[in-house]
Design a protein around this ligand. Structure first.
Ligand code: SIN
Length: 272
């Protein structure tokens, strides 16, 4: 297996591995590369649905999307399909599902249909986002906790699909979560600025004006292009990323073309 770095901060393309039949030894190499590079990309994999579930299970317990689980769902794979009538809606920086106590740790995304142009995905390095803060700002953010909620945009989109009655039930069942603004990665030990875009509602203990200013300031760190990697998809590609030290963003510039992705996440720990 060979891991070829893609930028000075994060991301590597892995060659010499076939995920569908990965051995224990190869998986260890893949996992090591993921811990080092935060997101890894593999071309020409054409991972099957069973292979996708099996790969996720090597990292831990594959996660059912919490709202689906609430209604009795058990499927760990999810489809992201963009069409002319259902356009892209992940074109904003985020880490997945930070509005629960233990957000996912790993995500695996497989490209099933990719338009001729547009629809790339970006990832950003949250270790670098933390390291780039001044020592004075680091000492402030080190001590802070942030309330994460789904946000009105999320509920509006979900409400359309489920109806208001169920929406009220879900809002009650998933009231949000509190996380440290800086988290220590359980494997690497490195500190990451645990920002999550629109899921961050407020800084605990601050008044609304201070909180809004601080959240905007720290979230703005992910706009530094030196901390980003961008992947131009081909059908058959797989991306695997560490949710604990990255944000990602799926560009919506392919609309109204068709784009189809299959994804799976792996259950994570409570951030510390
Ligand atoms: C997402 O996981 O937010 C979407 C990623 C993508 O479709 O590229």
């Amino acid at each position: 297996m060979e891991a070829r770095r893609l930028t000075g901060s994060l991301g590597a393309e892995i060659e010499g591995l076939y995920l569908e039949t990965i051995t224990d030894h190869e998986f260890k190499q893949l996992d090591d590369a993921l811990m080092e590079h935060q997101v890894v990309f593999l071309r020409d994999q054409h991972l099957t649905a069973d292979g996708h579930r099996a790969l996720a299970a090597r990292f831990g317990t594959p996660a059912v999307f919490p709202l689906a689980r609430h209604f009795g769902g058990s499927e760990v794979l999810g489809m992201i399909e963009d069409t002319p009538t259902n356009g892209p809606d992940a074109d904003y920086w985020h880490t997945d599902i930070t509005w629960i106590d233990a957000p996912p740790k790993i995500a695996i995304l497989a490209a099933l249909d990719i338009p001729p142009y547009g629809g790339d995905t970006l990832w950003v390095d949250l270790y670098g986002a933390y390291d780039g803060l001044s020592p004075a700002m680091r000492s402030i953010v080190d001590a802070l906790r942030v309330r994460h909620t789904q946000g009105e945009r999320f509920w509006a989109a979900f409400g359309k699909a489920t109806g208001v009655e169920r929406l009220d039930e879900l809002r009650t069942a998933f009231p949000g979560a509190e996380h440290p603004l800086v988290r220590a990665h359980p494997v690497t030990g490195r500190k990451a600025l645990f920002v999550a875009g629109g899921f961050m509602a407020s800084v605990i203990g601050m008044d609304p004006e201070e909180s809004a200013w601080l959240l905007q300031h720290v979230q703005h760190r992910v706009d530094d292009s030196k901390l980003q990697v961008r992947w131009r998809w081909r059908v058959g590609d797989v991306a695997i990323w560490d949710e604990r030290c990255t944000n990602h963003r799926a560009l919506g510039d392919h609309f109204p073309q068709h784009r189809l992705m299959r994804r799976c996440t792996v259950e994570g720990d409570v951030p510390v």
